[in-house]
Design a protein around this ligand. Structure first.
Ligand code: THG
Length: 285
């Protein structure tokens, strides 16, 4: 199954057979106060720097999240999208729980973006799915619903199935639904990663859809986050994860290595090219 995303003139194909597509996570104000400060003043220099450094480090798509207490993201998200696409030719993932912010950003985004996100709640399905259809966007479906977050992989799977059914009924193509099995902090729940890994496998085996996750979520509150994120990333890819939202500066090398091991990188071309590009200093900004 192939999900095609587009910027002004470039196309990124997320294929369930791989190789893995990296969605850069860093345009996100969580612990990045400077991002909100600069954006609120209409200064887009820092966000453009985050965009360029992530692309140089291996991001294929950029997640754009400007949500922060006190920020009107229905106004700020479209302005940020415009600033990024004026300088960069890379598909975007519009990240907001606020349907009004998504709608405003869809009006200005070029190409075919990924909406982040819809979930199984009735009001979310009704607000987001028609927008995705009307703007020919792909959409991430979070496996939670009106009952909240379940810790049973079979139940998360059933929510994924429901989101897919509703999307198709609305007029969205099956390949434009990308499922998020919910990656949560393993410091808070020792079983959190296993539930996510099992959900990935069920969605991969039974629905054959592309799968994303906020991969760095799992290591919140723990030391040595990079090692934990890397171990979880490899296992997730082996189970069917195809387009993680992650920090490319920290994860691209491991993703290239995993694709190579899984037989998705003929003659180690992508693996080798990545190392040469980083040696040449592209990733060091
Ligand atoms: N699913 C979907 N979208 C999501 C998430 C998800 N969007 C937001 C989030 N979760 C994924 N994005 C991030 C962004 C940053 C971090 C984690 C997840 C992060 N930042 C470092 C920190 O907080 O310490 C700071 C900077 C860094 O080291 O790069 O961890 O689950 N669909």
């Amino acid at each position: 199954m192939k999900t095609v995303l587009k910027s002004k003139s470039r196309e990124v194909i997320i294929d369930t057979k791989g190789p893995v597509v990296i969605i850069g996570e860093s345009i996100n104000p969580t612990r990045r106060k400077r991002l909100v400060e600069t954006l609120s003043k209409g200064n887009f220099e820092y966000v453009l720097q985050l965009a360029a450094s992530q692309v140089n480090a291996g991001a294929d798509v950029l997640d754009v999240n400007v949500g922060y207490p006190g920020v009107d993201d229905a106004a700020l998200l479209p302005r940020t999208v415009m600033a990024i696409q004026e300088k960069m030719d890379v598909p975007l993932c519009l990240d907001s729980p606020n349907p009004k912010a998504i709608e405003a950003a869809l009006k200005v985004v070029e190409g075919k973006c990924l909406i982040n996100s819809v979930n199984g709640e009735e009001k979310s399905l009704q607000a987001i799915l028609p927008m995705a259809r009307d703007h020919h966007a792909a959409v991430i479906g979070l496996t939670m619903d009106d009952d909240g977050i379940t810790h049973d992989p079979e139940k998360r799977f059933r929510i994924a199935e429901k989101i897919l059914e509703r999307a198709v009924q609305t007029g969205i193509r099956e390949e434009d639904v990308v499922i998020d099995p919910l990656a949560m902090a393993v410091s808070a729940d020792p079983n959190a990663c296993m539930v996510t890994l099992q959900t990935i496998k069920l969605v991969h085996d039974r629905l054959g859809l592309n799968i994303t996750q906020g991969a760095s979520n799992i290591s919140f509150g723990l030391p040595n986050r990079d090692v934990l994120n890397s171990a979880h990333m490899t296992l997730s890819i082996a189970n069917g994860l195809t387009c993680p939202i992650a920090n490319p500066a920290k994860i691209t090398a491991l993703v290239r290595a995993t694709d190579l091991i899984l037989g998705r990188d003929d003659y180690a071309m992508r693996f080798t090219e990545y190392f040469h590009s980083q040696e040449a200093g592209e990733g060091s900004q």
